[in-house]
Design a binder for this molecule. Sequence first.
Ligand SMILES: CC(C)(COP(=O)(O)OP(=O)(O)OC[C@H]1O[C@@H](n2cnc3c(N)ncnc32)[C@H](O)[C@@H]1OP(=O)(O)O)[C@@H](O)C(=O)NCCC(=O)NCCS
Length: 141
Amino acid sequence: MKNLTHAHAEDLAHIHSLIEAPWEVPWSCQSYAELLSQASVYGRGVFEAHSDSLVSFILYQAQETEVEILYLATLLSHRRQGIARNLLRFLQENYARIVLDVCEENAEALQFYDHLGFVKIAHREKYYKNTFHAFVLEWRR
Ligand SMILES: CC(C)(COP(=O)(O)OP(=O)(O)OC[C@H]1O[C@@H](n2cnc3c(N)ncnc32)[C@H](O)[C@@H]1OP(=O)(O)O)[C@@H](O)C(=O)NCCC(=O)NCCS
């Protein structure tokens, strides 16, 4: 695994643009570049060994012992191989509290986070695209 500061914002924006879901608003390359330039924002990614191309990444904002996940995605071709779980475990080993927002219709992500011990702590009406509701999920050590 390599720190994403060594990856291009274009790669993150590209993977994000491939996620097809009605609640998704892909972030531009510039958005990713701006986020990665912030001192409190970090990214980690998984790169394919033979091609060195990015297949999964997690972007998060950390403050002391707490962290908010801004985005997490694995290429469709590489899902269900434990890649995102490994990225998340890195956070669980290094922080005491993790929070994030997820669309209530995103069944795959909800099952993923449930599997990793997250619980719903709040509901946000029309959080995505002023249409789709969200859950706030939390994990505590
Ligand atoms: C959510 C996401 C990041 C999971 O990535 P992944 O690399 O496939 O996840 P993992 O292989 O590490 O899954 C770990 C466990 O989570 C659960 N899980 C993951 N995807 C699941 C699915 N589609 N259905 C049911 N359970 C699932 C399983 O328990 C899985 O373990 P198992 O395969 O041994 O049963 C991926 O589906 C994705 O990129 N989704 C689109 C982007 C997104 O919605 N991101 C979340 C918003 S921040």
